[in-house]
Design a protein around this ligand. Structure first.
Ligand SMILES: [Ca+2]
Ligand SMILES: [Ca+2]
Length: 393
């Protein structure tokens, strides 16, 4: 979703907003899996994985290969993911069509942030560089309109100020449109940005250990470059998230809540109007609030979505044909989402605190979606990777 679309969401008729808002939320209607794999547009998923469904199954663990860890100290806050093969994607009938088919992938080893980039770390970058994020800059209509269907009317000038999309759940019952209308829980807020996640009157005081949000792809890349790191490919992200548990549904095994234990910050209750407190965090949690996976990574699943470097296409995996092994894939040469063909999109992964059992199940390592590159939202952040050796240039 583009900055332009965020504005449209607040200013156009609901039906238009709905058509433009298809990618705004990880719980969006184009995210709901279909039992038939046909990409249901009918709203809530009927195949949601119920949290706590199995109270007895153990957590599967597979130790990484320590011998492949480079010599010397680890970069600050990073863990080593050994190179090797894994099964990327899934053939699970519950999954989205964009996750199919499961296929073998090989990647080299790399360092990856053990947690989502926090407000404290992002503040260091901003203080060192004076960087202004996308959400802190006024909107340029001439740029914006290129990402909209031809003929889209210009929004009112007063909506073109700096701002971002903020999750704003309805009070009481869902308004008309229900779960099919994402503007029922997303609101364009002028003055919302990484320092003001809920709007101009909000702050991040006391939230140094929260993941930074309202960062666009450009913002995440700028941070990564400053830090001597880069964004992960989605293959690197998925391998890391799986924690060596190849082929499992979740990052920790095949049971959502093993022995009743919540393993990630997701949404409990009837999304979006009812939130329950079963995992202790109705909204964003400080990083590392939930158990790490077998590689020592926290919160790849849930809390906030995470940018990857690949351009997004829903059919990325099918483009590779039936090759028995894909080596270090970096995604297609450009993005294309038939639902929103004018928007350049990058891959985002892992779901967020908004992922719910009644509407989506993006709290899985294979779940993927495309997000417009100039988007920042209140449930979207990132983590970085670092090569064992610096990139060639
Ligand atoms: Ca939660
Ligand atoms: Ca995450």
């Amino acid at each position: 979703m583009t900055r332009s679309l965020r504005i449209q969401a607040a200013s156009l008729a609901p039906l238009v907003a709905l058509s433009l808002l298809g990618s705004v939320c990880g719980c969006g209607r184009d995210e709901a899996p279909s039992p038939s794999g046909g990409g249901s547009l009918g709203g809530p998923s009927s195949v949601a994985v119920e949290p706590g469904a199995d109270a007895t199954a153990p957590v599967a663990t597979v130790e990484p290969k320590p011998e492949s860890t480079p010599a010397g100290p680890a970069p600050e806050g990073m863990v080593w993911i050994p190179g090797g093969e894994f099964t990327m994607g899934t053939n699970d009938a519950d999954a989205h069509d964009s996750e199919r088919p499961a296929h073998r992938v090989q990647v080299g080893g790399y360092w990856i942030d053990e947690a989502e980039v926090t407000n404290a770390r992002f503040r260091k970058f901003v203080e060192a560089t004076g960087y202004r994020t996308t959400a802190e800059r006024p909107v340029d209509w001439e740029v914006m309109k290129l990402q909209l269907p031809p003929g889209t009317p210009k929004p009112p000038d007063e909506q073109l100020g700096a701002g971002s999309l903020v999750f704003t759940p309805p009070v009481g019952a869902l308004p008309p449109g229900g779960l099919d209308d994402l503007s029922n829980w997303w609101r364009w807020v002028l003055g919302a940005d990484w320092k003001h996640p809920e709007g101009p009157d909000d702050s991040i005081d006391g939230k140094d250990d929260h993941p930074v949000v309202h960062v666009s792809f450009e913002d995440a890349e700028a941070y990564a470059k400053w830090a001597g790191r880069r964004l992960p490919t989605e293959a690197e992200w998925e391998r890391a998230s799986r924690g060596g548990v190849d082929g499992s549904k979740f990052a920790w095994g095949d049971v959502f809540a093993p022995e009743g234990k919540r393993m990630a910050n997701t949404w409990q209750g009837r999304f979006p109007e009812v939130v329950e407190d079963q995992d202790g965090y109705p909204r964003i949690a400080p990083v590392k609030s939930f158990p790490p996976n077998s590689y020592g990574l926290y919160d790849t699943i849930g809390n906030v979505w995470e940018w990857c470097s690949d351009w997004y296409r829903p059919d990325t995996y099918r483009l590779a044909g039936d090759s028995p092994l894909t080596v270090d894939p970096k995604g297609p040469e450009k993005s294309y989402d038939p639902d929103e063909p004018f928007q350049p999109k990058r891959v985002t992964r892992g779901g967020s605190f908004l992922c719910s059992g009644n509407y989506c199940s993006n709290y899985r390592p294979s779940a993927r979606r495309g997000t417009a590159t100039d988007s920042g939202m209140s449930h979207l952040g990132f983590r970085c990777v670092k090569d064992a050796r610096p990139p060639a240039d």
